[in-house]
Design a protein around this ligand. Structure first.
Ligand SMILES: Cc1ncc(COP(=O)(O)O)c(C=O)c1O
Length: 398
């Protein structure tokens, strides 16, 4: 570029994010019966994503009682962080002096902060990530300058988990390598490790002295709030260190409020407070202070027994709805039977890329390019339509 050339004129085209492109294509489709099964938000039987009643109630209290809008400070709402910690960790671990945490803008902010910590404070600067994974994981770690090492995990065409392949790959990892794990409800594959499978993962992570980074974005939407935290708690107990990137955006339905937290467990209390400072620095230079509203709402819900009960009941209702839809989807065809053993909002259909495109083109049914479908976007009424559209593509046909 010459010194007097107009700025920003010589940009090369960059690949658009796949899901954002899918959203645009869906919006541009004029067919009235088009079906959005791509975007990862919970929907009810009417296809809506309403604000949870416990959230509405907490918001009313917040509006009445909030005395100021001054900055929260770099750690965010510390009472939110403290109360929330008991949900993934349980009360005892949450009170452990080796555990520190801070509020982040969503689970994405927590992951980015974890990536910055790994980049700045470990010598390997490497993270192991199973394939497939959430589309934003690799860009987040790359943007922080962390090297990505891929391990096998799941084959959508056979719907099979390759735990042996995963563990064999991790046996080659070095001390200080990070290992990214979906705490429950794998996005996109719907995998939920059994307690025995978590044992194997915790064993290799502890022996190889890896730093587990658990991404827990769907707690309560898989097997239930407690069961969905099993892997996180086991890794906390077994490994020297652990990072937990948490999102309240799905299980409290807060999406746009960007409500998350990052916790870190250090080997001892003195290291924990140094780690806390090491976490504050990249947070300060990225967003300085997190947004308030979503965290204040979660804190109010967790402060009050009546709202906590209401939130838990609503979340359980959402979980059961998704489970029922998963069952109906699995019953459509023997090639989909594997979906029954999976949990959470997502499944990868065992179909080709051509099939994904044909669903979009011929039926106005939008799923992600990799075959990921948002189970929560279905209703019992539209499942037969999806089944008819899928039929030519299932069971090894075409
Ligand atoms: C696996 C996973 N991790 C993290 C996130 C990020 O959540 P948030 O919207 O709170 O940034 C998502 C959101 O889709 C996700 O699916």
């Amino acid at each position: 570029m010459t010194a007097d050339a107009p700025l920003f004129t010589g940009l090369t085209d960059q690949a658009a994010d796949g899901l954002l492109a899918l959203m645009l294509a869906y919006r541009a489709d004029a067919r009235p019966d088009k079906l959005d099964l791509g975007i990862g938000v919970y929907r009810d039987d009417n296809g809506a994503t309403p604000v949870m009643a416990a959230v509405k109630a907490a918001e009313r209290l917040l509006v009445e009682a909030q005395p100021t809008k001054v900055y929260l400070g770099v750690d965010g709402d510390v009472d939110y962080v403290r109360r929330l910690a008991a949900i993934p960790f349980g009360a005892d671990r949450a009170a452990d002096e080796r555990l520190i945490g801070m509020q982040t803008p969503g689970g994405t902010g927590a992951l980015r902060l974890a990536a910055e910590l790994i980049a700045a404070n470990t010598a390997p600067r490497r993270v192991w990530i199973g394939a497939p994974t959430w589309a934003n994981h690799i860009p987040i770690f790359r943007a922080a300058g962390v090297e990505i090492a891929a391990h096998p995990l799941f084959d959508p065409l056979t719907q099979s988990l390759d735990l042996d392949g995963m563990v064999a790959a991790l046996e080659t990892a070095g001390a200080g390598d990070a290992l990214l794990l979906h705490g429950c409800c794998h996005n996109p594959a719907g995998i939920d490790f059994t307690p025995d499978q978590w044992e194997r993962i915790a064993d290799v992570a502890a022996r190889r002295r890896l730093i587990p980074i658990v991404d827990l974005a769907y707690q309560g939407l898989g097997r239930g709030l407690e069961a969905d935290a099993h892997g996180t708690r086991l890794l906390f107990d077994r490994c020297e260190t652990l990072l937990l990137a948490y999102s309240c955006d799905k299980n409290f339905g807060l999406y746009r409020e960007r409500t998350g937290a990052l916790w870190a467990k250090a080997p001892d209390a003195a290291s924990a407070s140094r780690l806390h400072i090491a976490m504050r620095n990249p947070a300060r230079s990225a967003w300085s202070m997190p947004p308030d509203h979503g965290a204040a709402v979660v804190r109010i819900i967790l402060e009050r027994d009546d709202l906590t009960r209401e939130w838990r009941a609503e979340l359980e209702q959402m979980r059961l709805r998704v489970l029922g839809l998963r069952e109906s989807l699995a019953a459509l065809h023997p090639a989909l039977a594997g979906l029954r053993a999976q949990t959470g909002m997502f499944a990868m259909l065992p179909i080709s890329h051509d099939a994904v495109m044909a669903l979009r083109r011929d039926h106005g049914i939008y799923i992600a390019d990799d075959g990921r479908l948002n189970v929560a976007g279905l209703t019992e009424a539209n499942i037969p339509r999806l089944g008819a559209a899928l039929a030519p593509w299932l069971g090894g046909r075409r």
